[in-house]
Design a protein around this ligand. Structure first.
Ligand SMILES: Nc1ncnc2c1ncn2[C@@H]1O[C@H](COP(=O)(O)OP(=O)(O)O)[C@@H](O)[C@H]1O
Ligand SMILES: [Mg+2]
Length: 321
């Protein structure tokens, strides 16, 4: 049974249809990225799930039970929700901001402290941040606190509406990596809204592509690549989608041995350190930058591996399998 089951949902604002027969199933533990042009109904959809907005018709079920069966208060406490604007309480410190929902649920102080400590430990923040107030945080830190607050009561479902949208690209990349790491551990059922194709590729188990209040396609990032000729899919994802898709594959997980010869002539070859976050896209960018026909990749063990374009192509094939 799907964790979130949305069927034929309609919602209009006046004569404007925000959702026009939207259907989607999200499995338990799945990270579903919802993507589509501005105004296609992404935010409205999330708000229908936690009943901040009432739909006109159609149904939404959580763990098999219609959301309309739940008490609104319970529903919102049982679903984590975070948004780009964060909305931290300015007069509360970080600890108290994270503790808001557990306090509403009347958790004992010991349990709250334990939970906050654990969340801090798996996030990119340190205990030193707990007594700071929102105005003393950077944009990226405030976003992290927003995510931790949404996770505080350990809800099974997390709705995230462009949570990293306002953060600069470098910090955004760090936040994405941290969030992926957290998700590997916490395994929440997540609906993550973005309009950034690279973000969708990096995070998604599956991508749901939306247009004008309807679902156009839902597929794994690799699956969408095969469908770029279909109406709207190629237009929205762009002809460079296959190249961007390479940003999903970490080189360290592919095992370079067997591809490419070890060693190689010293001298002017472009040398790349194999950082943990290095992707096939970085490798290909390196090759484009290199003057010669190959790059040298230095592994964490200090070995140099020489990779030509056909070696990289071979890695790509392996990665997509
Ligand atoms: N509170 C509202 N009142 C009137 N129209 C709204 C309201 N919220 C959203 N809309 C309209 O519904 C459509 C979908 O909006 P939204 O769900 O915010 O899209 P997205 O998040 O994909 O950008 C848009 O046309 C928007 O103008
Ligand atoms: Mg929106």
């Amino acid at each position: 049974m799907a964790m979130i089951s949305i069927e034929n949902l309609h919602k209009s604002y006046g004569s404007q249809a925000a959702l026009d027969g939207f259907s989607l199933e999200v499995e338990e533990g799945e990270l579903m990225v919802l993507i589509g042009p501005s105004g296609c109904g992404k935010s409205t959809l999330l708000k229908c799930v936690n009943r901040m907005v009432a739909s006109d018709s159609g149904s939404i079920a959580l763990a098999g039970r219609p959301v309309t069966d739940y008490k609104e208060e319970l529903l919102r406490r049982g679903i984590g929700y975070c948004i780009q604007e964060v909305g931290l309480f300015p007069h509360l410190d970080v600890y108290e901001n994270i503790a808001v929902v557990p306090r509403l649920l009347r958790w004992p102080e010991g349990r709250i402290r334990e939970r906050v400590d654990r969340l801090i430990a798996i996030s990119g923040l340190s205990a030193g941040h707990l007594r700071k107030h929102p105005r003393q945080l950077s944009g990226g830190e405030a976003q992290r606190v927003g995510v931790l607050r949404a996770l505080a009561s350990d809800p099974p479902v997390l709705l995230m509406d462009e949570p990293f949208g306002a953060v600069d690209p470098l910090n955004r990349h760090t936040l994405q990596a941290e969030f992926l790491k957290m998700q590997k551990e916490l395994k929440k059922t997540v609906v993550f809204v973005t309009h950034d194709v690279d973000e969708a590729i990096l995070l998604a188990d599956r991508i749901a592509l939306m247009e004008k209040g309807r679902l156009v396609a839902v597929d794994a990032p690799q699956g969408l690549e095969a469908r770029l000729d279909e109406a709207f899919i190629g237009d929205f994802l762009g002809s460079e989608y296959p190249l961007r898709l390479l940003g999903r594959y970490a080189v360290k997980e592919l095992g370079l041995c067997g591809n490419g010869a070890e060693g190689g002539p010293e001298g002017d070859a472009l040398r790349l350190e194999m950082e943990p976050g290095m992707t096939l896209k970085d490798l290909l960018s390196g090759l484009i930058r290199a003057e010669g026909d190959y790059v040298l990749v230095t592994t964490p063990e200090g070995r140099d591996i020489r990779l030509s374009f056909s070696d990289i192509k071979c890695l790509m094939k392996g990665a997509r399998r």
